[in-house]
Design a protein around this ligand. Structure first.
Ligand code: GLN
Length: 215
């Protein structure tokens, strides 16, 4: 079995571990460089990217993590984790840094104040249909996406594949400026989503990451 670490400095670590285990992986919490060195893949959870950034530096995990990503470690970043994986950030705090690796520009807290948290169903490229999904036995590839003070991806580099966007048409509860925005991307073995599949009881995004990590 493959061992996936979940960065356990801050954020929704337990939910990611449960979703990864449902997807067939063994999981460990990662707080120390020795733990990081032992995993086959890593999840950067949702939480607060400025706090996780500070803790990564305090725990001296930032440089080891950059080195492992440069070496090809599969990493999945959700929400704050997406921010940490991004090469470029808009709307960060003055001293905020990212780990980087993913050739994208993210906008932090992008969806604005009025509807800073919302849920919607999104088409997501490459996921198996859900037998119990809204499409019934015929299935649907839609993912129920929960956004909590989420970032969006404002620009992607040439090697980045877009897996999901906010629908182009206006919908109640979704800010007009969000229409068409990119919210899930993959670049090689790096995966990132603006939203939190670990809390919606649908393990398919984690299954996708486990497949990526198995190579
Ligand atoms: N707004 C948070 C940040 O900037 C991310 C929120 C989340 O992970 N749910 O890090």
């Amino acid at each position: 079995t493959i061992t996936i670490g979940v960065l356990a400095l801050q954020g929704d670590v337990r939910e990611h571990r449960a979703a990864l285990e449902a997807a067939g992986a063994r999981t460990v919490g990662v707080r120390r460089p020795e733990e990081l060195a032992a995993v086959d893949g890593l999840v950067l959870p949702g939480g607060e990217s400025t706090t996780i950034d500070k803790l990564l530096r305090i725990f001296e995990l930032d440089e080891p993590l950059r080195a492992r990503i440069a070496d090809g470690l599969p990493v999945y970043g959700s929400c704050a984790g997406m921010i940490l994986l991004a090469d470029r950030i808009l709307g960060g705090t003055a001293d905020q840094r990212t780990i980087g690796g993913l050739d994208v520009t993210v906008r932090r807290n992008a969806f604005g104040r009025q509807v800073d948290s919302f849920e919607t169903d999104l088409a997501f490229a490459g996921l198996a249909p859900r037998e119990d999904g809204p499409g019934g036995a015929g299935g649907t590839d839609a993912v129920h996406a929960v956004f909590i003070r989420a970032p969006w991806v404002e620009e992607v580099g040439p090697g980045v594949e877009v897996l999901a966007r906010i629908p182009d048409h206006e919908a109640p509860g979704i800010p007009a400026a969000a229409a068409g925005r990119i919210v899930a991307v993959q670049q090689g073995s790096l995966l990132a989503t603006s939203f939190h599949p670990e809390i919606s009881g649908d393990a398919r995004v984690h299954e996708l990451f486990v497949r990526i990590a198995k190579g």
